[in-house]
Ligand binder design. Structure first.
Ligand code: ADP
Ligand code: ZN
Length: 851
């Protein structure tokens, strides 16, 4: 009889699926997408059955599946999503286990964090069973031998309680332990709870606070070292708590510090952090009632776009469109009305936004239109809330989902519409782990679900724009704003002509404009893409910069609020030295100003101005929402910030936008430097004049004639695109060619370089093979080779956090040879070597950043 085999995706770092056999006693094999418990390296692991054929490794002993955790006919992942995971794993050369993990809430795939508690009845049943000398027969009502083992394990655990994970790993193993726990719970012999179960309307959460103990004192550094050791994470955590100045909810630490519980232990023990329990308000995105709104009568542009999209929706086939509308042209209203149509047909929708926490008013607009049928997936959700939301989506109770990139995997039944708002935004590309582009995955998902995909932007990514121009996707344009406000006037100020004040970076014109705006009772936004107080500390004697000990990045950034030097590359934090570390004498002066210094300078320089700041330092969790809504409520006149300001905010009171260094970032050795600068300037400028008064924009820059700046000032996307696309075409860069970036890193420079060379040999050989095949085709002699290798070379910042980084770029004239090459390369990626000489290699397909 032939063996039934399945391939299982497991949450381990290895880049492959694992083959298991289905026990012969099972009537059928579990479906793709179903969760299963399997034995793995002497442990029990929860995995997902893949939508891919199992590999038979000759000679290897194949183990049996232990249990199926999902009910028959209801696998956790639908077949559609399991197939999407396979596509992502293949296309992005990503470990399949990590991909499946992206698609499911952590509580379903990670370690089983549920806890099992012995009940009173359970304790009695155990005692009764122990008195019976002979093994009880089923109908005695006493627990079976296996059940007794579970109960006994609970009884001997502290507090009569154990994590399910522990029960799975008990030695010797208890076969079918999960089913046993379920049976015991039904008989009320035990109870099961989640680690952080929800209460009614509010729940208790630990809050942490730094005590005053550490502030400033010279001995503090030594005390810190003693309790913290070398852990940067721990130091950064402590610094964050100190910087907050008030209580911080433990939940807020989860994002920046995944292991915050472990990190906190010694800090709590040493009394450096205090903890208190409080009732916490629920999800900020779910709280509060929202006034319902009605659809607005579409403008002519909106009506035309909607007519096309509605026809696509009616057709019930896959269709993709670029909704190319200037800032404020009413793209959101188009999404809303299209989704209303999908709902009327019983379908669901996904709306992907760059950073959900930055755009609370966008989710509010959806909730105002669709009420309780909207699920907002954001990073502030607890694992339990995330699971709840996922289940509500899955059951169809919330058919409209708004979220950042991972929401592309939301289990929406009968998906009809996928919107990617601000589709050009770099945050749709995940840069770590599974390096996927949510925008591109959205298109693949829409294709497989025969849904309508809408990519919206005022400044489309050049890849999207070129697809639209070439007719591969539809191009819907909206060139006017529904409000009578025209696009803002933009004035360029050459920094070579108008000298800026070295302290504030403001030119005289900029300062006057700010003073006028504030005096008129209007609001202004000041943009500088550099957080912190000063980017550097420079010695006034020897000119030495203060560097991070673990990175080769240019210099550390000084943060005044916390009086700390911080490395923005690796997170290293230290108190600034009194004197220059190099010459031991010089005083340290502040170099280039950052947002923090501008904030202070503006408050001094612009009479009567109330100034707020928005950047990564001020924008954890609630702080961010508070800053944004305080500014919208006009509790401040000027908002200073970094690129967070460019993300779709709607501040009706803003009439002036000032950009302090328009060419910051243009000099980076990255093919997208111009594109990013153009997008950023256009988006920031688009924040002006959205209310009933018209707006203006002042851009200070050295290179005011650079097309990225000049065309942004003219709101001329197409002229910019034509210029930039010409450059790209010439070099066969995207969208005319395809890139994959191979990165190699490790603690030892020689080992990293050697590994890079080894991989380069493989790539060159493959490129040569492709070229030979290609050479036989007509016209091949003049064409560029199908695959080119650039590098290997050290990355721009060669050392980050004590790891050396090398990279090489593969450029392909078309997809098929690139995919073929990546399949060759795949088994050679991952970890190699050991100890100090260990190196790590991975591939970033369609990289967004080449730095
Ligand atoms: P975008 O998403 O393109 O930046 P929004 O959808 O935020 O633009 O629209 C900008 C402003 O115009 C919003 O205040 C919105 O309420 C308003 N608006 C959009 N469509 C209409 C319409 N058809 N009639 C009147 N006002 C509209
Ligand atoms: Zn560093």
């Amino acid at each position: 009889m032939s063996e039934r085999l399945v391939s299982v995706a497991l949450p381990v770092a290895l880049d492959r699926g694992f083959t298991y056999a289905v026990p012969t006693s099972w009537p059928s094999a579990p479906e793709p997408g179903a969760r299963v418990l399997v034995p793995f390296a002497n442990r029990g692991l929860v995995g997902v059955v893949r939508a891919a054929a199992p590999e038979r490794l000759d000679g290897a002993r194949i183990k049996l599946l232990e249990e199926v955790l999902d009910p028959p006919g209801a696998p956790s992942l639908t077949l559609e999503l399991a197939r999407l995971c396979e596509w992502v794993a293949d296309y992005y050369v990503a470990p399949v286990g990590e991909v499946y993990r992206l698609a499911l809430p952590g509580l379903l795939t990670g370690h089983d964090v549920r806890r099992v508690m012995l009940s009173e009845a359970g304790a009695q049943a155990l005692a009764a069973a122990r008195e019976v000398v002979l093994q009880p027969i089923d109908d005695t009502g006493l627990p079976t031998a296996a059940e007794q083992r579970v109960l006994a394990a609970l009884a001997s655990a502290p507090g009569g309680e154990l994590a399910v994970e522990r029960l799975i790993d008990l030695r010797p193993r208890i076969p079918g332990v999960l089913r046993l726990i379920g049976d015991l719970a039904v008989k009320e012999l035990c109870t099961i709870s989640w680690e952080d179960a929800g209460g009614e309307g509010a729940r208790v959460e630990a809050h942490y606070r730094r005590t005053d103990y550490l502030r400033g004192a010279a001995t503090a550094e030594e005390t810190l070292r003693e309790h913290i050791g070398r852990s940067k994470q721990r130091r950064a955590l402590l610094d964050l708590l100190e910087g907050a100045g008030s209580w911080v909810a433990a939940g807020e630490l989860r994002g920046p510090f995944p292991g915050h519980k472990k990190l906190l232990e010694p800090l709590l023990a040493a009394g450096l952090v205090a903890v208190e329990e409080r009732l916490r308000a629920l999800d900020p995105f779910a709280a509060g009632t929202i006034e319902p709104t009605l659809p607005q009568t579409p403008t002519a542009d909106q009506a035309a776009a909607l007519a096309t999209l509605r026809a696509d929706l009616e057709g019930g086939k896959f269709a993709a469109s670029l909704l190319h509308g200037v800032t404020g042209s009413g793209k959101t209203e188009v999404y809303l009305q299209l989704i209303a149509d999908a709902r009327a047909r019983g379908g669901g929708a996904i709306v992907l936004v760059p950073e959900i926490a930055l755009t609370p008013q966008l989710s509010d607009r959806f909730r105002a239109r669709f009420g309780e049928t909207v699920a907002v997936l954001h990073s502030g959700l607890t694992p339990r809330q995330r699971l709840d939301a996922w289940q509500q989506i899955r059951m169809g109770a919330r058919p409209i989902v708004i979220g950042a990139r991972s929401a592309v995997f939301a289990p929406v039944p009968d998906l009809r519409v996928i919107v990617v708002d601000e589709e050009h935004d770099g945050s749709f590309k995940q840069e770590e782990g599974v390096r996927y582009s949510a925008r591109d995955v959205a298109l693949v998902r829409a294709r497989d679900a025969s849904a309508v995909a809408v990519l919206g932007s005022a400044t489309p990514a050049l890849e999207t724009y070129e697809s639209a121009r070439a007719g591969k996707i539809r191009w819907l344009r909206m060139t006017t704003r529904p409000t009578t406000r025209p696009l803002p006037e933009v004035e360029l100020l050459s920094l070579a002509v108008h000298r800026p004040d070295p302290e504030t970076l403001l030119t005289g014109r900029m300062r006057t404009a700010l003073v006028e705006t504030v005096a008129a009772g209007e609001q202004a936004i000041v943009f500088l893409n550099r957080r912190g107080f000063a980017t550097t500390l420079i010695c006034d004697r020897c000119g030495a910069l203060h560097h991070c000990p673990d990175c080769s990045a240019p210099a550390m950034t000084y943060h005044l609020g916390r009086n700390r030097l911080m490395c923005h590359w690796c997170g290293y934090i230290e108190a600034p030295p009194e004197r220059c570390m190099d010459c031991g004498e010089g005083e340290l002066l502040h170099g280039n100003a950052g947002t923090e210094r501008i904030e202070l300078a503006l408050a001094k320089d612009v009479p009567g101005a109330r100034v707020l700041r928005l950047d990564r330092d001020t924008s954890r969790g609630k702080g961010l929402l508070e800053t944004l809504s305080a500014f919208r409520r006009r509790e401040a006149d000027i908002l200073v910030g970094t690129q967070m300001l460019s993300k779709g905010h709607d501040f009706p009171g803003v009439t002036l936008v000032g950009i302090l260094q328009g060419d910051h970032g243009l000099g980076l050795p990255d093919i997208r430097a111009s594109e990013r600068t153009f997008q950023l300037l256009t988006q920031v400028a688009g924040r002006a004049g959205r209310g009933d008064r018209s707006g203006r924009v002042l851009i200070q820059a050295y290179g005011i004639n650079n097309p990225a700046i000049a065309f942004a000032a003219q709101h001329d996307f197409e002229a910019f695109a034509a210029w930039e696309l010409d450059k790209r075409r010439e070099l066969h860069n995207p969208p005319f060619g395809h890139l994959a970036l191979v990165r190699i890193s490790g603690p030892d420079q020689v080992a990293v370089q050697r590994r890079a060379e080894e991989l380069a040999v493989v790539i060159r050989a493959a490129a040569e093979e492709v070229r030979r095949k290609h050479a036989e085709e007509p016209g091949a002699a003049e064409a560029l080779p199908p695959l080119q290798l650039l590098g290997p070379k050290a990355s721009l910042i060669e050392r980050v956090n004590r790891r050396v980084r090398w990279q090489m770029l593969v450029r392909a004239s078309s997809r098929p040879p690139l995919r073929w090459l990546l399949r060759q390369l795949r088994p050679r990626l991952g970890d190699a070597g050991s100890g100090e000489f260990k190196t790590m290699a991975n591939v970033d397909v369609d990289p967004q950043s080449l730095l």
